[in-house]
Design a protein around this ligand. Structure first.
Ligand SMILES: [Fe+2]
Length: 339
């Protein structure tokens, strides 16, 4: 339901693309109510989910735990006659499943592989995937970090839009794209990242998977207030949120996808969840994957940051590992007048 469309403030939007040059006024003249683009209106709000991981297969198939939904990495399930594919089929009979690809390479130099897209579509049809997502960037994650500057200009926007249209045609459904995590800001960008995402969505009718941890890492590394980044997000396009672990290396914030979610990320999630109208949320914990109950407990911490949530919801888990890391990062970056 739309109570009032947000009106972008282009002056501030431009400022988001520059290091240490943000103003403290709201980006939108009115705060948007939860609303979703008509092209994405059928995408449901699934609740709080976790990634589907091989160490948990047996427990899931025997106990059917009360988890809202699963996010599966299709590359782990593409083999036509594998155990992993059979497991995903069975899981999908009981739970909503979204596919989170890492191989399309929507912004890379090479065209996405047609055989991969065909296999991805076949898998999505087979398990009735609620949507297919991938990352804004090339196939290689390191390359994605190194080429962030190239993302933020009109040439790359045009190339990426054309690529998204071709991929959506191949998949026969809207694609959902995730904001990258960046290790450095860009002095040469002509567009801010939220502006790039908004243009991409408007041109192609694709959806957004907003990784809140990536927003936090990119903003701190790039010298942008993450609250202003969130002000600039095209919320009507956001169908999913990610949360995940971060670490402070001493020079930059890195999205490790390992360990508990820092309270600073949860605080951004509080805003993101409300402004997205309660978008489906999943936890990324890829390294040293814990037991399923621990993984589930971590994503359930999100409840403490929803309306009516309380600190007691946080009591589900032990003290966050590395909790002091991001406090140190914030203190360090505050000296650069970022926060
Ligand atoms: Fe993510």
């Amino acid at each position: 339901m739309l109570a009032g469309r947000a009106v972008p403030n282009r002056d501030l939007d431009k400022s988001l693309g520059r290091r240490g040059n943000v103003e403290s006024k709201p980006l939108f003249l009115t705060v948007p109510e939860p609303w979703r683009s008509p092209a994405l209106a059928e995408f449901p709000s699934l609740g709080l989910g976790v990634a589907l991981r091989e160490p948990h297969f047996e427990q899931i198939l025997t106990q059917w735990p009360a988890i809202d939904w699963f996010e599966a990495t299709p590359e782990n399930h593409l083999g036509p006659a594998t155990v992993a594919r059979a497991v995903l089929r069975r899981v999908a009979e009981r739970y909503p499943v979204a596919l989170h690809s890492v191989s399309i390479g929507i912004s890379g130099l090479a065209e996405p592989r047609r055989t991969y897209l065909q296999a991805l579509k076949q898998l999505a049809d087979e398990v009735k995937a609620v949507w297919i997502s991938d990352h804004l960037g090339p196939r290689d994650r390191l390359a994605a970090d190194e080429t962030r500057v190239a993302f933020l200009d009109e040439d790359l926007l045009a190339r990426t839009c054309a690529r998204v249209r071709r991929v959506q045609d191949a998949l026969e459904r809207p694609l959902v794209l995730e904001n990258p995590s960046s290790v450095a800001g860009s002095q040469q960008a002509t567009m801010s990242e939220p502006e790039f995402l908004r243009c991409l969505c408007e041109e192609t009718d694709c959806g957004l998977l907003l990784d809140v941890a990536n927003v936090y890492a990119s903003c701190l590394n790039g010298g942008v207030d993450p609250r202003l980044y969130l002000d600039a997000v095209p919320w009507e396009r956001v169908v999913q949120l990610h949360v995940g672990g971060l670490e402070w290396s001493g020079r930059q914030v890195v999205d490790t996808h390992e360990g508990p979610v820092d309270v600073a990320v949860w605080e951004l999630f509080r805003t993101a969840w409300r402004r997205s109208g309660g978008a489906s949320t999943s936890l990324e914990w890829d390294g040293a994957v814990p037991a399923l109950p621990r993984l589930h407990a971590e994503v359930l911490r999100a409840r403490a940051y929803m309306p009516g949530g309380s600190a007691s919801d946080e009591g589900l888990v032990e003290r966050r590992r590395g909790e002091g890391d991001l406090v140190a990062a914030q203190a360090h970056l505050a000296t650069k007048s970022v926060l």
